[in-house]
Design a protein around this ligand. Structure first.
Ligand code: SF4
Ligand code: SF4
Ligand code: SF4
Length: 354
């Protein structure tokens, strides 16, 4: 019989080998199992275990649910792509690229489909903070990409244990979506984190080319190298391989992402998923005109939510043209190939060092 793994194995195989996506799935699972031994050390950008803690011999769920130990299996789905914009001017003004995620969440809340939405807000100086938003003001606080890691799945434990919610929407990067899928599948019939994790009703994945170390990007690069006062920044946006930094209407910096490649997290370099394959709905800013978002419907449930939001007047959509669809497919392929190639490079390096 295979020896049961635990957090020590997760550290050795995933965290210390630079594969951790900092999705927060292991931390959430441990909390949902009522142990709560794990937390996120944001200065080191990694999950850590409470000092001196001994794990029960029959646990190990943090290891088995990690999407970097073994990828979840992709279920059959659909793939319909649209250009979409929010109909709410307030949301459009406050949000990035059409305000579509915020409007879909507003619809899900207003329709009582979910009681809360797990998103990432700015807790000051662009430090990401996972929040459970329960109204439009909370949703707007969580709008816009942060580009530094947030451990979003810890919000599942907050929603259930802190706020006692039974139905939530989860918004996050593709690694968060695959981690939730793994949490759900591994937990099924084996431990109570499954029952807890099934409180997630709606999964909205955000297109992602990578996240960056907070200290290196925000402090070292923006503040140190470019003398930007981070507290003045109102929007960060990566589009068409360019990072744009804004303070209100004023653009403070525009730089090719090649220049910040060195600050990308190691765990992102082995990532193969650009467009959130494990989401109900994926949203991003490539392939659509400025002020609109690209949306991919991936599940029947996602389609119901999307069509409901159109019928109730929250969003407007038109099918994406072929050139847009092709561009998204090219980016999906490119990221998958880059992730595989980086994994192979690391494997060869390890073999040489043996
Ligand atoms: S990838 Fe996610 S689940 Fe795996 S170790 Fe990192 S934070 Fe934990
Ligand atoms: S083995 Fe169990 S108790 Fe130990 S850190 Fe992992 S989930 Fe928590
Ligand atoms: S590149 Fe991958 S691992 Fe990194 S944040 Fe995006 S989805 Fe997660």
């Amino acid at each position: 019989m295979e020896e049961k793994r635990d957090f020590g194995d997760l550290e050795r195989e995933v965290i210390e080998t630079g594969k951790c996506a900092l999705c927060g799935g292991c931390v959430a699972t441990c909390r949902l199992l009522d142990y709560g031994y794990l937390s996120v050390d944001f200065s080191e950008e990694r999950p850590v275990i409470r000092e001196g803690q001994q794990c029960p011999p029959d646990c190990g769920y943090c290891y088995y649910q990690c999407p970097r130990v073994e990828k979840p299996e992709l279920r059959e789905g659909i793939e319909e792509m649209y250009e979409v914009v929010s109909t709410d001017e307030g949301i459009r003004k406050a949000c990035q690229d059409g305000g579509v995620v915020t409007s879909l969440l507003a619809y899900a809340l207003d329709d009582a489909m979910v009681e809360g939405c797990i998103t990432v807000a700015d807790k000051g100086e662009w430090k990401p903070e996972v929040q459970v938003a329960m109204d439009k003001a909370g949703l707007i606080k969580g709008a816009g990409s942060k580009y530094t890691p947030a451990a979003t799945l810890t919000g599942i434990a907050d929603a259930i244990l802190k706020y006692d919610l039974w139905s939530v929407a989860l918004v996050g990067t593709p690694c968060g979506m695959s981690s939730y899928e793994k949490m759900f599948v591994v937990g099924r019939d084996t431990h109570n984190a499954h029952n807890f994790s099934s409180h997630v009703r709606l999964r909205i994945g955000l297109f992602c080319l990578g996240t960056y170390s907070y200290e290196k990007l925000m402090k070292g690069y923006l503040e140190g190298k470019h003398s930007i006062d981070i507290s003045e920044v109102t929007k960060l946006q990566i589009s068409e391989d360019v990072l744009h930094v804004y303070a209100g209407e004023k653009e403070l910096l525009s730089v090719g992402i090649d220049e910040i490649e060195g600050y990308k997290r190691d765990g992102c370099k082995v990532c193969e998923d650009f467009a959130g394959l494990f989401s109900d709905i994926s949203v991003g800013n490539v392939s659509s005109p400025a002020g609109k978002s690209s949306v991919i419907i991936r599940t029947d449930f996602g389609k119901d939510v999307f069509e409901g939001a159109i019928e109730r007047g929250y969003i407007e959509a038109k099918p994406m043209d072929k050139s847009g669809v092709d561009l998204i497919h090219r980016l999906m392929k490119k990221k998958k190939e880059a992730g595989i190639s980086e994994k192979e490079r690391r494997k060869k390096l390890m073999e040489q060092l043996k």
